[in-house]
Design a protein around this ligand. Structure first.
Ligand code: GLU
Length: 296
């Protein structure tokens, strides 16, 4: 048997705005989880969706993490530098018949769905009707999609939420790997980079749970290890939705890092911790985390 990989966790913020109370929960949880197992903790700046990224916010996020005592063991990885790795993964998928080019515009997809009486929507993302599955029919390729039709339903165990199940073909359909505008899709980038960074434990917000089956499908198709997953509780905004810049999340006030950590600890269900310093707080929170989510 190969030796067990060293526990490695990561925090993977999209630099669309500074950290807020919600994103700190994911950062803290992934840090506590890696450190409680004596493992490594890494940061990845998920700046693939360039039009949504705000210049300079990556540096702000790293400074906010630092103020909260959350320091990665290696320099961060920027997804904007990883195009070659994503292309290599896409080539592998295409060569193995797992991915195919798609010439459809959003309008084409809507019309095809209407024509077959299936105008199904999922988070405003249309379930692809499969028009280009067997060829482009002379049209130029716009996007690249994952072929999901023959995939068995994905089952996995979330360390907080328990057993999970998704039939990707039915729930999501042939999802995009590279978008028509040339940008790499989150699903492909995250899978390639989790593998490249040797991530054994993905700890992130519960809003991302729904993506996990797609990511496991990609790992299987690319012959990559599937990490363990733990999806944390979310901080909700005044509208009951996940706290975000859009519903008024204020940037983390890192002038008061202890107060920030205390609030994040509460969301994670950790008992109150007495500490005068950030380092002291983090150290004292580790046993509580380990008791709740025992290291593997
Ligand atoms: N970049 C994603 C976000 O900020 C997180 C991705 C992940 O943790 O897998 O929502």
């Amino acid at each position: 048997m190969p030796p067990a990989a060293r526990t490695t966790g990561r925090f993977a913020p999209s630099p669309t705005g500074p950290l807020h109370a919600g994103s700190l929960v994911a950062a803290l949880a992934s840090w506590l989880d890696a450190r409680a197992a004596g493992g490594r903790w890494l940061v990845r700046i998920e700046d693939v969706d360039a039009p949504r990224c705000v210049p300079g916010v990556d540096a702000t996020i790293l400074a906010q993490l630092d103020a909260c005592g959350l320091r990665p063991d290696a320099p961060p990885l920027w997804q904007s530098t990883r195009g070659e790795a994503y292309q290599a993964a896409l080539d592998t998928l295409v060569n193995a018949g797992h991915a195919y080019p798609c010439g459809c515009s959003r309008r084409d997809i809507e019309q095809a769905l209407l024509a077959t009486g299936h105008p199904r929507e999922r988070h405003a993302e249309l379930i692809y009707p499969g028009t280009c599955r067997d060829g482009l029919q002379g049209r130029p390729a716009r996007a690249w999609r994952m072929r999901t039709g023959a995939c068995a339903p994905i089952e996995w165990i979330d360390r907080r939420l328990g057993p999970q199940h998704q039939d990707v073909a039915q729930a999501v359909g042939d999802f995009v790997l590279r978008r028509a505008d040339g940008l790499w899709a989150y699903q492909l980038a995250v899978v390639v980079d989790d593998a490249a960074q040797g991530i054994t434990d993905v700890v992130r917000g519960e809003d991302l749970t729904d993506n996990t089956a797609r990511q496991i499908l990609l790992q299987q198709a690319l012959g990559l290890r599937t990490p363990r997953y733990l999806h944390t509780a979310l901080v909700l905004g005044p509208d009951g939705e996940k706290l975000s810049k859009q519903n008024g999340a204020a940037p983390l006030d890192t002038g008061e890092p202890l107060a920030c950590l205390e609030r994040a600890g509460q969301v994670l269900g950790l008992p109150a911790v007495e500490a005068d310093t950030v380092e002291g707080w983090l150290h004292a929170a580790l046993p509580a985390w380990a008791a709740r989510y025992p290291p593997p």
